[in-house]
Structure formats: C-alpha cells, structure tokens
Design a protein around this ligand. Sequence first.
Ligand code: NG1
Length: 465
Amino acid sequence: MNSGEDEGWDSAELERAGALAADLRALGGADSRMVAVRAPGRVNLIGEHTDYSGLPVLPAAIDRSTIIVATASPAREIIVRNTDPEFSARRFQIEKAIPAYPVGDWANYVKAGIQGVIDHFGSRGLAETKLRGATMIVDGRVPVAAGLSSSSALTVAAALAFMKLNGLELAPLECAAMAARSEWYVGTRGGGMDQAASLMGRRDHGLFIEFNPLRVRAIQMPAGAALVVADSCEIADKSGGVRTEYNRRVVECSLAARIIARQIKLEGVRTLGEVVSATANWNAADLIAILQAAAPPRFAPDLVDAARILGVARDALVDELLGAGAMGVKLDPSAPLEIFRRARHVLTETERVIRAAALLEAGELEAMGALMNASHASLAEDFDCSTARLDRLVAAARKGGALGARLTGAGFGGSIVALSRATGVERIFDSIDREYYAPLGIDPHGKRAILHAGAGASAIDLAAA
Ligand code: NG1
C-alpha cells in the first residue's frame, strides 16, 4: 500500500476519482474529509492453486483498477453505491459481526473488507463502536468473473478506504495478510495471492510471493516481453458451483499434506507448504512417491477411510477440514476427494514457480513459456480446473506464436494469460480471434488485451469542498 500523493495513480485514474468525488458531493453530506483509493486486479503468471497450501506464486498487479471515493459520516453505517447500474446501492451497519447479504451479492466484498478491518483492529483493542461510518462510491474497471481478481480489488479498496477515513494504518504486508483472511467472509477459502498482489504490485514487475510469513520479491519484467490476457467469456462464478469445487480442492490438498506428514513423522501439519518447509532439500517426485505409497489416490467424501489412514477420529477430522456453521465447507457427496493428482499438481507447480522466478529474472522467456505450458497441462489433467473452452483458447494463443499460455486464476472459466515478445502480440490476437472468438460469435474487442504490470493499491486524500 502506497500512501504518497498520487503514487501509483495514472491520469485516467485521477480523473475517475475526480468524477466520483463530484458525484459524492452532489449526494450531499460530504464531510470535511474525502479519500480516494485505487486497488488493482492481478494476473497470475504461474503458481496456480498453490497459495492456500502456503506455497509460492508469481503474479503481477495489472493496470486495471477498482477505485473507491469515500467520505466519513457521523452515523455508524456504510452507504455504498456502484457506478455500474447492475449493482444497486447498499446500506449496512458497522457491527462486531456484520451479517452477510445473500450469496452472490456484490456488496459482500465491501462487507468483507470492512469486517476484516473491524476484526484486525478489534483484536488489538479498538472497539468497532469507535469506528466512523462512510459513504462510498465504487467504480470497478477490473473485468468481473474473468480470473483477474476483481473481487480482491474491491475487498482491498473497501478495507483501505475504511481504514483511511478512520485514521488507521498498517504496513503493506500486514495489510495484505489482513485482506487475505477477510475474503473468507464470502465463503471461499482462498490463499493470500490476490490481496498481496493488489497491495504490493510494482510497475513493470512480477511478484514472487511466499507465505507464512508473507514475503514479496519484485522481479523486473524482461524488456520486450508482453503479457496477453484473453477472456474465455465462460463465467467462473465464484459464488456458485465453482466455490464448492474450489473449497473441495483446499480440503483435498490439506488431506494430502496430513498423509505425507504422518508418513515422515511431522506433527501438526495442515498444509503442503508446511510439509515442504519441514523437508530439507525436498523435491516433488519424492513427496509424491511417499503419498502414493501411503494412501489410495482418492477418498470418499465422508472421510471415513481418510480418518482411518490418518489414525484420527472422523468427527474431529471433519471439524478441522470443513469447519462449522456458515463458514463451513460443503462437500459434494457424490464426488470423491482426489488426493494424489491434486498433490502432484501443487508440488510440481511449486517447483515450476521457483524455476520461473529465476528464469524471469534472467530474461529467459522461452523457458518461462514452456513452464507456463506445463502449468496449464497440470491444471487440466491433475487439478481438473480447466475447461474445453479454456483449452481451446490456450491452444489458439500457442498457435499464434505465444511462448507459453495457461489459464490464470482459479479456472473453471475466466481468462488465460500468454507470454509473448512485444512484436508477436498481433499474431496471437489474430489467432485467438480466428480460432476462438469467431466460431463462438464473440466480438473480440475488449476481450483480449496486453496487460502491463502495475503499481499496488494506494489511498490519497481529496479536498472535500
Ligand atoms: P481468482 O481467480 O481470483 O478466483 C482464486 C483465489 C486465489 C488463488 C487462485 C488459484 C480468492 C479470492 N482467490 O483466484 O487465492 O487460490 O484462485 O490460484 O479466493
């Protein structure tokens, strides 16, 4: 999070903020203090479905942002409007535990950001009754449901706006850790990649992000490299079936970690990341072989067999893995829990991420592209989160000369990212227009673009009058 005046803001964003401020003033009641926050979306270069295992990722913040302009209000409530008429205005009270709107409501991400601030500062002794309310206008320009993290951009922007109006500050890494957890509010057990990328982005840099503790190393994008993002226009609806699929994978990865840990006599392990950090000179092949020798490749979702193999009581395992109440994970009772293939993806992907960081640093674009291709294959075959359409789009990008292409984000729809030389972008566009968009009758305009790595979120003061 940058707080310097205009830091990270381009002129178009400052103009957007100015227009939102005028709208807010026109609504009346603008307090003497008005703030503007920008929070970017992100594209993930490589390291997919590794963050919630506490394993590294390599995304970049993008030059598409959500902006919130907000003013403090004396009432202890949040009034939030959206410039997109599809999202109607919402009003809610600031409480210790803010009740969520029905699943799928856009403003749950605003609530998530604000609840995260209430929890974080509440645990440090600041009562929520001391927090001021706000009137906010949101203007989101990160494509929605496209795998570019519009949800985290909104969560981060809401949290920062609320903090800034209340005079609260956090170091960027602390803020990223807070925001990562706050998005659990909407029911997805995500890792911290999106929020960290949105907060810690750096212009023209990829971000090698490690977890527990959160660490970020910015890596300069090689000169002459271009990142092409193309939207499959297949909606990855994170509030519907995709959430169930996503959360199931979180459970599958944790089960795999527990089984490996039991074999190699590690206590208290919950994630593959903990297995990796406790194993000197680890490599994916060895850990996968241990898993394969210890357990069948899949378990029934009732967890009876899994508990037996782990030597624990089934009820305790259910509680630990699925949680309870509204935040509890619901498993599809007809879908087995895939342990072996999920772990194979996560562990080999981790090796790819570590190599990719070194390759990006060395400007080795061909080799980096090959890793992106391998990542996509692993996501499709082992993680089962690609779709026929994503596969076609990836193939079309490669046919157009991309050095590498893969789905980006959670998958099940959404976007792909392709690595190219700047000079090769037009050929990639031609290929995906011809091979993917034209047969589907989709106008490609605005659906595929070059994205630039951009600066992380920041908040600035605006004059209220
Ligand atoms: P998107 O693509 O924003 O749904 C999700 C998670 C990430 C990460 C990726 C898969 C959230 C907010 N984001 O991203 O943490 O796990 O999937 O790599 O849950």
